[in-house]
Write a protein that binds this ligand. Structure first.
Ligand code: AMP
Ligand code: ZN
Length: 427
């Protein structure tokens, strides 16, 4: 399936799309209504090109139809609930049938195998277990591939380290921010991650991060780190994953139809152009979602991957449409700030962006942890570095920030998804 000819892949996509349309038209309360309102009938879809006739589905639609409004199966056929990490209001509830669980495990197993995971590997899943998909969904996939799975969950870092050492963990699944935190704790304990651990790979996902952060993590642990993308609404993890070439993530197009749109107009963009990822699940039973606006910004690589897999690759996620902040008219993605900071060798492992208003001017203040080796009990000797960071941010972002250096390992750390931006401005 990974190497299927494009033509065959598109045929399969259309078959599965039609099946999905029939399913939702018959049984999903939300889509029944949507199809009626828009005069749509599954029979009228003649090719993949007809897909854009269907209006987008948004997070708001999921919220408004919470909890069961998208289901196409009765509850006796539903076996699992997950929710998406929402910061405000009701979470989004996502349901799985037995077949959906089996299928999502297959997508993870396929993704892990692609990176070179073997059944003799010891896999420590350091993502939160429970409602978040990063725990259980990944767990089932790793088991399916036959690895020894340690369901460590997130947090309790001392215990994580003990598990890694006792069982000689070779692969971890972790958020990039937690990986850096873990590195700090290892350092504090005098454990050398390159020598005293047996790690060879990490799967990093669940939040945006830069290429330099990946490299930093690879260097600290002496491992290969692969980018893993997914969202609860579609499957959880296992939607797109990097192969050994680590240039974009193959999006499993036998399970999802991929579109990139311009967020403001909804116009579908050609490969190579950056926009919002829109996904249609075409291989789900309990709760298929059509043309879902993920809010995630990326582009599709227009060329073929060297590995020969035919599923198209999406770029690293730049951020979310709603992550972007505007300061003095400049649009800024936190991931851009991260990329610039992490490209400087003097910078440590953590940073924070604070947006505030001084008199009537908006100011971006960036707190930056410095590298441990540079800290000698004071920050006085580092004024030059402060200026250097400021100049670099200014030249790349076209915006003059305030830069504040702080001691290593002093900014708030997280074992899950990081919160990078604190907006103190009043509207
Ligand atoms: P959740 O549904 O709670 O698992 O959150 C899914 C969201 O996490 C996605 O829509 C993305 O915004 C973000 N996310 C997941 N994986 C990645 C990744 N590899 N890079 C950047 N953001 C990611
Ligand atoms: Zn590839």
């Amino acid at each position: 399936m990974e190497y299927i000819a494009r033509e065959e892949l598109e045929k399969l996509q259309f078959l599965r799309l039609k099946e999905t349309l029939r399913r939702v038209y018959k049984s999903s309360p939300f889509y029944k209504r949507l199809f009626k309102e828009n005069g749509l009938k599954p029979l009228n879809f003649k090719s993949l090109k007809d897909l854009p006739q269907i209006p987008f589905t948004t997070r708001e639609d999921l919220r408004k139809n919470f909890p069961y409004g998208f289901l196409t199966l009765p509850l006796n056929r539903i076996v699992r609930l997950h929710t998406s990490t929402g910061t405000t209001g009701k979470p989004k509830a996502i349901f799985f049938s037995k077949k959906d669980i089996e299928n999502s495990a297959g997508l993870i197993a396929r993704s892990m195998k692609m990176t070179g995971a073997k059944d003799k590997d010891v896999f420590q899943n350091m993502m939160s277990y429970g409602l978040f998909t990063g725990g259980l969904i990944f767990h089932y996939g790793a088991e399916k591939l036959g690895l020894l799975v340690i369901p460590a969950g997130a947090g309790n870092t001392e215990r994580q380290i003990e598990l890694m050492m006792d069982f000689k963990t070779t692969i971890i699944h972790i958020t990039p921010s937690y990986a850096l935190y873990l590195a700090d704790i290892l350092e504090e304990k005098g454990i050398n991650p390159r020598k005293n651990l047996n790690l060879r790979m990490a799967y990093l996902g669940a939040e945006p991060y830069s290429e330099s952060t990946r490299q930093k993590i690879e260097q600290i642990f002496n491992i290969k780190a692969f980018n893993s993308y997914g969202l609860s609404e579609m499957n959880g993890p296992g939607v797109a994953f990097e192969c050994q070439f680590k240039e974009g993530m193959h999006l499993w197009e036998d399970n999802f139809i991929l579109e990139i749109i311009e967020p403001s107009t909804g116009k579908v963009l050609p490969d190579g152009e950056e926009g919002e990822i829109v996904l249609t699940s075409i291989n789900r039973e309990a709760m298929p979602i059509l043309r879902y606006r993920t809010g995630d910004i990326a582009f599709v690589y227009p060329d073929k991957c060297q590995c020969g897999r035919t599923h198209r690759r999406i770029s690293r996620i730049k951020g979310r449409v709603d992550d972007m902040f505007i300061i003095r008219g400049v649009n800024v993605f936190p991931s851009e700030v991260e990329r610039i900071l992490m490209s400087l060798s003097e910078v440590g492992r953590n940073y924070q962006i604070i947006l505030e208003r001084e008199k009537s001017l908006d100011v971006m203040r960036v707190k930056v942890e410095i590298k441990k080796e540079l800290f000698d009990g004071s920050l006085e000797h580092l004024r030059g570095l402060e200026e250097k960071i400021k100049a670099k941010l200014k030249s790349e972002l076209m915006l003059t920030p305030k830069v504040e250096l702080v001691e290593p390992a002093t900014l708030p750390r997280t074992t899950g998804k990081a919160k990078r931006v604190i907006d103190k401005r009043e509207i």
